[in-house]
Design a protein around this ligand. Structure first.
Ligand SMILES: [Cu+2]
Length: 284
């Protein structure tokens, strides 16, 4: 079972020393009828993240993540920095935060709007849909150490666009997930962070009958090696801030999955999963 930590940010500062991303100047919105959300393709290679457009009007946007790396999957992550907090500061806070430094965790939680993301494998793209308002958004690959990022400029007033049809929902609380309705193994699910901290979701397939207790016991024992209950399939949904929601497209085999979050806790410094943020769901 993977314990992926977000290490990318550690090196981000090399590229954007002292840079601060601020909202661009206002631009008049064009009145249009309600349309489907536009799709931005994000191609992740070992050297760059390329978006199919560098600017878009505000509103719902669908992201299609394509993994073109030599090896390993790509986890695209979108975020927006609050004024006064720079990519350099973010990059300096990542390492300590994932080592349990609660002051660094609090800065990551309070100075960044985490706007979800999705994992793409070489064999299948990742998809997520998010409502973006005017501003500058940074995209990184969680699975990459190199200082690679790109920026999307979102302009104008929010256009009303039709959301994707979702099946079921995953509500996120501190510290747990509440899967609702029939979540499909191959389809869109709504994700709603109703808690007071950022979280992400790791889906890990497990053998049928595996219990939450078994998964927790394994994690708390240090999570070494491959547990007997684990199966191969997995996917992850990016970090999402409190009071935000998004949609995520699952493309996994039917079966039983453990849902876990390893974001560091601002009170204890521990990854949330160690504090019990593990739940089970059956995908049909
Ligand atoms: Cu969490």
């Amino acid at each position: 079972m993977r314990h992926r930590l977000i290490a990318t940010g550690v090196s981000l500062g090399l590229a954007l020393l002292g840079t601060q991303l601020l909202a661009p100047s206002a631009q008049a919105a064009h009145p249009v009828g309600r349309a489907a959300a536009p799709t931005i393709k994000a191609k992740v290679t070992d050297k760059a993240i390329k978006l199919s457009t560098s600017s878009i009007h505000a509103g719902l946007v669908t992201f299609k993540v394509v993994d073109k790396k030599a090896k390993g999957s790509a986890v695209l992550q979108a975020f927006h920095l609050h004024p006064g907090y720079t990519l350099q500061q973010l990059s300096q806070d990542f390492g300590p935060a994932f080592s349990g430094d609660t002051a660094a965790i609090a800065r990551l939680d309070d100075n960044v709007d985490w706007l979800a993301g999705a994992e793409a494998k070489s064999t299948k793209p990742g998809w997520f849909q998010e409502r973006l308002t005017k501003g500058s958004y940074v995209f990184i690959d969680q699975n990459q150490q190199a200082p690679i990022f790109t920026v999307l400029t979102v302009k104008g007033k929010v256009h009303k666009r039709t959301p994707v049809a979702t099946h079921g929902k995953i509500n996120i609380f501190t510290y747990g997930f509440e899967p609702r309705g029939a979540i499909r193994n191959n389809g869109w699910v709504k994700v709603d962070n109703r808690s007071d901290q950022p979280h992400f979701i790791e889906f890990q397939r497990v053998k049928s009958g595996t219990t939450r207790g078994q998964v927790l016991k394994f994690l708390r024992s240090g999570g070494h090696g491959q547990p007997s209950f684990a199966k191969r399939a997995n996917s992850s949904f990016g970090v999402i801030s409190p009071n935000r929601h998004a949609a995520w497209k699952l493309d996994l085999p039917k079966g039983r999955y453990a849902l876990m979050c390893f974001w560091p806790d601002r009170l204890s410094g521990m990854p949330h999963a160690m504090m019990g943020m593990v739940d089970m769901v059956n995908l049909k």
